[in-house]
Design a protein around this ligand. Structure first.
Ligand SMILES: [Zn+2]
Length: 316
């Protein structure tokens, strides 16, 4: 795919799309979410940028949270999120941090906390809240530049996942990297079925209100060089670009319009990209009737992705 191609974000009224191996639901009735497709499928429910807000999340096999667990990473705020996550019924929950989860970036927080917090929080206590044996025993897995593998059914398909909290420099927050540091961070990302990053790749659901593509070019380049790119890549960070698209990695006669549900690219030679940000910002936080749209509300619901258990990552 050439540099000039831009992946058009799925707009907020778009309901989703289907492929032979995946169902993606961007918008649905929260009181009556689409039915689970059955025994040979795994339902992933994608959330991000919840910032210590809590809301109803559809049931599923796996919950994926792409970072910004809290407002500013204070212990009380992180605890609200962790208790909420424990209350949800997904058997496996994979979470990462984002630029707002300040004390989880220990080295940076040590030097920079005073710009955000009057009193320094305990990074150790906060790390223990997100990453503990007790959490893992309950199926809640925190990844920070780490990989994990799981299956949701006895003897069922094993899914590999990698989580990274980093994003391009943005006002000097936690887990920011400078352009010259980008390759070091993204090259650590291995080939896995499911990738969680806090920030988007460049030009994929990454356009800000000011029409800037804030996603990482090095991340997109790294994924494009993978022999087997992920089936599913979930991120957030740029709340205003929330949505989901099919991202085809092949050049040529294949349909390059990733928003086209008739796209013929086989799953495996494309990645389902999800910007799962749940917290509306700015003008998107106000509904048509002038009412405030809550976190996870209309236009910012959790994105549901069903994957066929036999779906394979194909060589490019
Ligand atoms: Zn956020």
């Amino acid at each position: 795919m050439s540099e000039s191609d831009e992946i058009i974000p799925a707009t907020h009224h778009q309901e989703g799309f289907h492929t032979p191996s995946a169902n993606v639901y961007i918008s649905y009735d929260p009181a009556n979410p689409p039915a689970h497709p059955g025994a040979n499928w795994t339902r992933f429910v994608c959330i991000s940028d919840t910032h210590s807000r809590t809301f109803g999340v559809p049931s599923g096999d796996v919950l994926l949270h792409s970072g910004d667990l809290s407002r500013l990473g204070r212990e009380d705020d992180i605890r609200v999120t962790i208790e909420w996550l424990h209350s949800l019924d997904h058997g496996v929950k994979i979470i990462i941090a984002g630029n707002h989860d300040l004390p989880l970036h220990e080295e940076w927080y040590e030097d920079s906390y005073y710009g955000f917090h009057n009193m320094k929080e305990s990074s150790t206590a906060i790390r223990n809240l997100v990453d503990s044996k007790a959490n893992r025993d309950r199926g809640l897995i925190y990844l920070q530049d780490g990989r994990y593998a799981f299956s949701t059914k006895e003897g069922g398909r094993e899914w590999s996942v990698y989580g990274s909290p980093w994003q391009p420099y943005f006002g000097g927050w936690a887990f920011n990297y400078l352009p010259e540091e980008a390759c070091d961070h993204v090259s650590a990302i291995p080939e896995v079925d499911i990738l969680l990053t806090h920030g988007p790749p460049h030009k994929v659901l990454d356009k800000t209100f000011s029409n800037v593509h804030a996603g990482c070019p090095a991340l997109l380049a790294h994924l494009s060089k993978m022999r087997r790119p992920p089936l599913l890549h979930v991120f957030g960070h740029i709340h205003e670009a929330r949505g989901a698209v099919r991202y085809p990695w092949l050049q040529g006669e294949e349909d390059q319009d990733s928003s086209n549900a008739e796209c013929t690219t086989p799953l495996g030679k494309e990645t389902i990209m999800v910007n799962a940000a749940n917290q509306p910002l700015g003008r998107q936080a106000i509904g048509q009737g002038g009412q405030r749209i809550p976190c996870g509300g209309p236009g910012f619901q959790p994105v549901i992705v069903d994957l066929l258990d036999s779906a394979m990552r194909l060589e490019m």
